[in-house]
Design a protein around this ligand. Structure first.
Ligand code: ATP
Length: 232
């Protein structure tokens, strides 16, 4: 079903053909972790919910894979954390950017920020450097699922906290982010929204606790160990 959603995304002009290859890489890792949300993912989900709630200006960055796989869930998350949705794609295409915007609006988004030439993310030399002055440019926390390593590094270098979702715990993105959820996007987004609702009710003291329980290198190591154990 997930694969079909991406194929439909390509047909609708939302997802690039390169997005299919990225999905294939993700699926390979998902088989190795048994297609389940493990404790290393749940701890990261908890910390991600806390960081998004604590943020002054959270932004959710959406690419063609995310828009095809989970448009309703990503819009729901943005609404729950009071964050802006911003379109950002690797391979430059105004038409595809608009298709992603339409997919998000159809899923209930009322405001979708688009890349502009008024603000840039330093350190990138491709389409991804264009950002919105009221979105990623101002953000203190950016949620960037299924991201590439260059952009994740550029966001961190710009002083932003980065939360990602990446089934490959060895990728540059997974290693560079502040918080990495090693899980399938379609499985972890509903869990993330649930935790946002629960932690919102508990209040800021609980956010600090959830964040203190997250140790980035330990989480990545646990995910890598799970994958290596799958071989034996
Ligand atoms: P990096 O540049 O970070 O070293 P990369 O070259 O693989 O990694 P991308 O192709 O942009 O960069 O990253 C996509 C990442 O998302 C891959 O690591 C892939 O395993 C992962 N991925 C793909 N589909 C999913 C999914 N549905 N859920 C979670 N992760 C996924």
């Amino acid at each position: 079903m997930t694969r079909e959603r991406l194929v439909a995304g390509v047909k609708a002009g939302v997802t690039s053909v390169h997005g299919l290859i990225a999905q294939g890489r993700g699926e390979a890792f998902d088989y190795l972790i048994g297609e389940q949300s493990h404790p290393f993912a749940l701890t990261a989900v908890e910390a991600a919910a806390a960081l998004l709630l604590r943020a002054r200006h959270p932004v959710i960055s959406v690419n063609g894979n995310v828009a095809a796989l989970a448009p309703r869930e990503i819009v729901r998350l943005a609404t729950l954390v009071g964050g802006a949705l911003e379109v950002n794609i690797f391979h430059s295409s105004k038409r595809r950017e608009q298709a992603i915007r339409s997919a998000l609006e159809e899923a209930g988004a009322t405001r979708v920020l688009m890349p502009t030439k008024k603000a840039v993310l330093p350190g990138l030399d491709h389409n991804r450097r264009f950002i919105h002055p009221e979105g990623i440019a101002k953000a203190d926390v950016v949620f960037v699922p299924l991201e590439d390593g260059d952009r994740c590094e550029a966001l961190r270098a710009a002083g932003k906290e980065v939360i990602t979702v990446d089934l490959n715990p060895l990728s540059r993105t997974a290693r560079t982010a502040t918080i990495t959820i090693v899980d399938n996007l379609v499985r972890c987004l509903p869990l993330l929204s649930e935790r946002v609702i629960a932690l919102q009710q508990l209040g800021p003291a609980s956010w600090a606790k959830s964040l203190s329980l997250y140790h980035h290198s330990r989480i990545l190591k646990a995910a890598e160990e799970k994958i290596r154990a799958a071989r034996s």
